[in-house]
Design a protein around this ligand. Structure first.
Ligand SMILES: Nc1ncnc2c1ncn2[C@@H]1O[C@H](COP(=O)(O)OP(=O)(O)OP(=O)(O)O)[C@@H](O)[C@H]1O
Length: 843
């Protein structure tokens, strides 16, 4: 028999629950005392590391670094554990349980880090260790040897509440069971603006995802509020704990939809003691650029489509803006010219042969230009003319020398060809006249200046901006874009200061991959080469190497090759070209919104990675989900069915991709989360109605918490919506303690070239509407548009003009579904259309 207690008073003072709390407090105090000793040990180890460095040998410095690094990591993890160190207790059944005896089997305490006594006995088990798994997995149907599971709620070092689950009543002889729904109560807690870890209350289906196999791909689906983000972050902490060597060294990347979202989740991993994962949004994944705007859905669809890859491929092979369209050199008095058509042929040939990095192909461009010049030189009879001029010149000199009684000159051009043998390009022709020609041409400033201007080292942003010119974009587009698309795209990229959108960032990454690294400078500086014609102001324009000597004037360096320098300074640190980072594991949150181009961007960072993909297709703002799926498959590098599925996982065969050679097949496991921990049942009912219209076949998640507070709907004439939104926010400020989100429709640019994308004008909210609304509201109220609200949650939400949100794009209803599922406690909907009130609020 066990005794279920919620607040009974005992004779010895306090409730039974108080006594249980006091007993747990004694244990927790012991754990904290030991934690303090471990922290002191870690500090001592850091000091010892520094002391060793005084020994002064190289080996001791390496040892010191390793020791200090390890000790510092340990110290940080221990510091973090200081808050709520112990949060769980498992009472296990005795293996030889005799029903006649009192059950007192093994007791395990679960916490944020593992704590052992100085004799190495376990005091607290790290939540990620195998021995902690039962804490999250045991259920009454499958108790896994657990009789009672206890969750300890603490404030700092003090235990303030307990909650028990009795999992095996037959084995719980005499065991006290306390609790009054503290878990559910914790779900209703105030949201303060940043997501918190859920380590003490991870549920079984969530734990299966967190501890899923580390290889291959994990695909996690679930409706809003089912904990997908929370689970993905806890999985990162788990992977880094269990496979530190593998994931710690090459790194884990967590990708979220926007910067607001990454700011919202950024505290979770550090609170779990993991500071090493890289957290980025789709808008700041590429170094040096930051997206500040979302494109209107139709523009986003154009930019994100797979076809853009071909458009950009053609764009980087076009001549750079301002590239000269004539090359003119002089050899032996003969003027040799390459006109625009000939230059274009050379350009095409360079691209055909160099397949890959455009920026690194300048050397090849120089070679093919020389070939074309020689061809042209011979075509125009230049050889004969040069020989005649040469003969006349030599004759003149010899006549002068003979008059002075001196011997005749050797052929000066033969001397030049002798020099050529040692230093120049081997053109393979074996023709000394041609070799001589090339040597002379390469020495000409006209040629090297032309080369730098005609084949500049290009930056991705310059290429994108150049497509703001409609004629240039039309050349690049071929048949891949129609007229309306062309105009809208060009308008969005035009001008130095046009803001960069989230989709633009993926395009910049694509261009970066096409341009490739600029030529790599060598670590060793070569000697200054005064006689090297490809050295222009201290830089070899073919290789990008610095060939400056100590006497070089820095100002002079800046004069001629500043583009190269700028580009290299972006990437080069201490002589090492910084390549695009690749990760061992990539977590993609809100994956349903990624465009094909964004998948390509991620794929380049995870060629060898395993993946955790988290998504809810019902929340997708992206129109062409099939194309996005295919791009995802390519990014993931080919799949094969799971050899062994765990939990609810199911294996599935993917469709490798054509754009990249498929990587070795990888295992995939799919999971579904089914419980909504965010919304009250009342709010969940509203979002279920939107889902039923948006995607009738989809199933809403089961909400578990009833608040007794019904959502509110108000019908307001359209011009009055901003004022009504403000009023609603002010009202909610008095009703909830935490955050309030006022979620408004998108601000769509339907002017100028972008107007052609809209069949008919759609109501939009302007930036000034938003600003006016946000004016003088306190910080805990955020005014944001529906796309910015992705992944976030608030104590209360005001949804403004659902009818407009629904009409703004073909996926408008799904976007509205996102908006109405953000609130934990209170929801107010303001609409100008009474039908919409009925749709959302009447059964
Ligand atoms: N096991 C749990 N214990 C306590 N809180 C939980 C648990 N699981 C999820 N939550 C809470 O539920 C809320 C929703 O979680 P989360 O944001 O991860 O959901 P989501 O599925 O990613 O939602 P969306 O699809 O809307 O982005 C968060 O406040 C999270 O802390």
């Amino acid at each position: 028999m066990s005794s279920q207690v919620t607040g009974l008073t005992t004779g010895s003072g306090g409730t039974v629950k108080d006594q249980e709390i006091a007993a747990e407090q004694r244990y927790v105090d012991i754990a904290y005392a030991r934690l303090e000793e471990m922290r002191a040990d870690a500090q001592a180890m850091i000091r010892e590391g520094y002391r060793q460095s005084l020994a002064g040998t190289k080996g001791s410095l390496v040892d010191r670094d390793a020791m200090v690094h390890q000790a510092a990591l340990r110290a940080r993890a221990l510091d973090i554990a200081d808050d709520g160190l112990v949060f769980g207790r498992l009472d296990l059944a005795r293996a030889d349980h005799d029903p006649a005896e009192h059950a007192s089997g093994e007791v395990r305490y679960i916490g944020r880090v593992g704590v052992r006594t100085s004799e190495h006995d376990s005091l607290v088990i790290d939540w990620r260790a195998p021995a902690a798994e039962d804490f999250y997995r045991a259920t009454p149907e499958d108790p896994r040897g657990v009789v009672r599971r206890r969750v300890l709620h603490s404030r700092g070092h003090t235990v303030v509440d307990l909650e028990d689950d009795l999992l095996d009543p037959d084995a719980a002889d005499g065991m006290t069971v306390v609790g009054d729904g503290a878990f559910l109560a914790s779900l209703a807690r105030t949201r303060e603006g940043a997501m918190r870890d859920i380590v003490a209350t991870i549920q079984r289906e969530q734990d299966e995802v967190i501890r899923a196999p580390a290889d291959g791909t994990i695909l996690v689906r679930g409706a809003p509020g089912t904990g997908k983000t929370a689970v993905a972050l806890h999985r990162v902490a788990y992977l880094l704990f269990r496979h530190r060597r593998r994931f710690g060294s090459r790194g884990v990347l967590v990708i979220g939809p926007n910067r607001r979202f990454t700011a919202y989740i950024e505290r979770v991993l550090p609170s779990l003691g993991e500071g090493s994962a890289t957290l980025r949004s789709l808008g700041d994944l590429v170094d040096g650029v930051t997206a500040t705007v979302h494109d209107a859905p139709r523009l986003a669809r154009l930019k994100g489509a797979d076809e853009m890859a071909a458009v950009l491929r053609r764009a980087v092979t076009d001549h750079a803006p301002g590239a000269p369209d004539e090359l003119r050199v002089v050899f032996k008095g003969v003027v040799v010219t390459l006109d625009r058509a000939r230059l274009d042929r050379v350009r095409n040939e360079v691209h055909r042969r160099s397949r890959g990095s455009v920026n690194a192909a300048r050397g090849r461009a120089a070679e093919l230009l020389l070939d074309a010049l020689w061809e042209r030189f011979t075509d125009v009879g230049g050889q004969e003319a040069a020989e005649a001029a040469e003969g006349a010149e030599a004759g003149l000199w010899n006549a002068i020398l003979a008059a002075d009684g001196l011997a005749a000159l050797d052929d000066p051009l033969d001397q030049a060809s002798g020099r050529e043998n040692g230093s120049g390009r081997e053109n393979g022709s074996g023709d000394p006249k041609r070799t001589r020609f090339e040597t002379r041409v390469r020495e000409q400033r006209a040629f090297t200046d032309f080369l730098v201007a005609w084949w500049p080292i290009r930056r991705p942003l310059d290429v994108l901006r150049s497509l703001g010119d409609p004629s240039r974009l039309r050349r690049a587009a071929g048949r891949d874009l129609d007229r309306a698309g062309l105009d809208a795209l060009a308008a969005s990229w035009k001008g130095e200061n046009a803001p960069l959108s989230y989709q633009d960032v993926a395009l910049l990454d694509e261009i970066d991959a096409l341009l490739g690294s600029p030529p790599r400078p060598s670590r060793r500086k070569p000697a200054p080469a005064d006689d090297d014609p490809f050295v222009v102001d201290g830089v070899n324009i073919l290789t990008g190497e610095d060939v400056v000597d100590d006497t070089w004037e820095p100002e002079m360096q800046e004069l001629t090759t500043s583009i190269e320098r700028l580009e290299r300074s972006r990437r080069v640190d201490d002589g090492v070209v910084e390549e695009r980072p690749e990760y061992a594991h990539i977590v993609v949150d809100e994956a349903q919104d990624l465009s094909p181009m964004q998948w390509r961007m991620l794929g380049r960072r995870g060629r060898q990675a395993s993946w955790t993909i988290v998504e809810d297709p019902a929340q997708s703002a992206w129109e062409d989900l099939d194309a996005a799926r295919q791009a995802m498959e390519v990014a993931l590098g080919g799949e094969r069915p799971a050899s062994r599925s765990r939990g609810r996982g199911r294996g599935r065969r993917g469709r490798g991709g054509a754009a990249r050679k498929p990587a070795p097949a990888r295992v995939r496991h799919e999971y579904e989360l089914t419980t909504n921990y965010r919304n009250s049942t009342e709010i969940a009912a509203v979002s279920a109605r939107v889902l039923a219209v948006a995607l009738p076949e989809a199933r809403p998640a089961r909400a578990v918490r009833t608040s007794g507070i019904e959502p509110v709907a108000r019908v307001v004439p359209e011009p009055g919506l901003p004022a009504a939104a403000r009023e609603a926010a002010e009202e909610l400020l008095g009703q909830v303690e935490g955050t309030i989100g006022v979620i408004v429709p998108l601000s769509l640019d339907q002017s100028g070239a972008q107007a052609s994308l809209f069949d008919e004008p759609v109501t939009a909210w302007t930036a000034s509407d938003r600003d006016r609304l946000a004016e003088s509201l306190p910080d805990r109220v955020q005014v944001l548009d529906v796309l910015e609200a992705k992944g976030l949650e608030f104590d209360a939400a005001v949804i403004v003009a659902p009818e407009t949100v629904a009409a703004q794009s073909p996926r408008g209803l799904r976007v509205l579904y996102v908006a109405v599922s953000r609130a934990t406690q209170r929801l107010t909907v303001l609409t100008a259309d009474p039908d919409w009130r009925d749709r959302l609020f009447e059964d």
